[in-house]
Design a protein around this ligand. Structure first.
Ligand code: PA5
Length: 443
């Protein structure tokens, strides 16, 4: 189970404040569990680790096997919650260098998360003339970035294989009944997977949204779901400050109320980087509203100690850190003796690199706390599918509870609409002419 170590926030948060916060966390947890809070039509993720469509789960695995057997690449098209979870898990469990590795599973390219021309051209170039398939993921089926990318890649696939064969290589993950993508999938006969009505985008990595690309990468999705189920059983019903989720929620909300406005999620594992991106969306979209919410940032240590380290140590004192520590690497690297010792590193000879990293974690933590940056430490055993499922559920549950502690609806994202409306107006989409006039007068 995840261990939450709060010893390095004690000089910033008095025990009395934590105790008082515990009763607010209890109330927020009850609001979430009873489904009596705002956004309660988006609570399907709570039971997802055990209560999911088993027939669809089997189809996901079958589709993954088919893609593995007939494709050298998979283009996954989606944005936000329809993209970040899959990318984060594949990076974490298979490496950010997954596509560069020798393997018997397809390369995976992500598209539809940008409007950059160069990025689209690059994916087309990287796919080249290899056999490939497409997984288009959009709950609403109307999001511009993935819709545009799908148009481009669908045309490319149809040109390459003809409409009939292309149809067998397009997998759609979308709403069960509504939206342009659902209509297209039905009309064309694409194999389709469902984003359940009651699961919002950023809480959807444990549905087909995340599971199909993750399975294609050769990751054991049963084990990941089992890890999430472990977390659900351990954390969803424990209403006490022994619950690691409560500790995390209480600590971050106390720190926020004490003037720490930025939470930095950091890890010492480069493969964790996109988990940071997934976490930023989860917390940023869930809490950042009504003029409130911690600003979620992420860093990759030790690399960022040589870039962001200065600011964290010494800049505006509005930060706190949540650090992920994996106790056990998958192997050992021992530092050798050097006869000349020109680099002066013989004092490390015979030491394990992991031991060196552990001292960096400990030393950095003390330095940052001395510099006024409180530190929440989340400790896990090792990077694997089970602990990843557990961590995903841990953060989702904590996010739902934390949003209610903050007094916001953690399951909507009204702020995402503003840029879309302006973009549609500027693109002259029918129905936006008044707004277009207003915007053009300001440009
Ligand atoms: O969390 C969310 O709901 C959003 O980030 C969505 O996932 C994102 O906007 C993409 O939406 P859709 O899946 O409808 O294309």
């Amino acid at each position: 189970m995840i261990k939450v170590d709060l010893s390095s926030i004690s000089s910033f948060v008095p025990q009395t404040q934590l105790d008082a916060m515990a009763s607010r966390v209890a109330a927020a947890h009850e609001t979430l569990a009873s489904g009596s809070g705002e956004g309660n039509d988006f609570l399907g993720w709570r039971e997802l680790p055990v209560n999911y469509d088993k027939e669809e789960f089997a189809r996901i695995k079958a589709a993954a096997h088919k893609i593995q057997s007939d494709s050298k690449a998979l283009v996954v098209i989606g944005i936000g919650g329809s993209y970040l979870g899959a990318r984060a898990v594949i990076d974490l469990l298979k490496s950010p260098n997954y596509n560069l590795k020798q393997k018997d599973t397809p390369d995976i390219f992500f598209a539809g998360n940008t409007l950059s021309t160069d990025a689209v051209l690059e994916v087309l170039e990287l796919v080249g003339d290899r056999d490939y398939s497409i997984n288009i993921i959009s709950k609403s089926g109307t999001t511009t970035e993935p819709a545009v990318a799908f148009r481009i890649f669908k045309a490319h696939l149809e040109h390459k294989y003809g409409k009939e064969e292309a149809r067998k290589r397009i997998y759609c993950t979308t709403d069960a009944a509504r939206g342009a993508l659902k209509s297209l999938a039905d009309a064309e006969g694409y194999e389709s997977f469902v984003v359940p009505d009651n699961v919002g985008g950023r809480y959807s990595v444990l549905t087909a949204v995340g599971l199909l690309p993750i399975a294609v990468a050769g990751i054991d999705i049963d084990e990941m779901m089992a890890g999430a189920a472990d977390a659900m059983h351990a954390y969803a019903d424990d209403r006490s400050m022994e619950n690691p989720v409560w500790k995390y929620v209480a600590a971050r909300n106390c720190l926020y109320e004490n003037g720490k406005k930025v939470e930095i999620l950091g890890s010492y594992e480069p493969c964790f980087r996109f988990m940071g991106e997934w976490w930023k969306q989860l917390y940023g979209e869930s809490e950042g509203k009504d003029g409130k919410g911690l600003f979620p940032a992420s860093v990759e240590f030790t690399a960022d100690l040589h870039s962001m380290g200065q600011y964290i140590q010494d800049g505006e004192r509005v930060l706190f850190e949540t650090i992920i520590r994996y106790a056990n690497p998958h192997g050992q690297v021992v530092i050798g003796e050097d006869a000349d010792n020109v680099d002066g590193l013989n004092f490390l000879a015979g030491k394990d690199l992991h031991f060196v990293c552990e001292q960096a974690i400990r030393g950095t933590r003390l330095a940052h706390v001395d510099g006024g940056v409180p530190n929440i430490l989340l400790e896990l055993d090792s990077i694997n599918a089970r602990t990843t499922g557990e961590l995903i559920y841990f953060f989702e549950l904590a996010c739902g509870i934390s949003g209610y502690v903050l007094g916001v609806n953690p399951f909507n994202q009204p702020g995402v609409e503003a840029y879309k409306k302006n973009m549609f107006a500027l693109l002259d989409k029918p129905g936006y002419s008044d707004l277009r006039e207003q915007l053009l007068s300001r440009l």
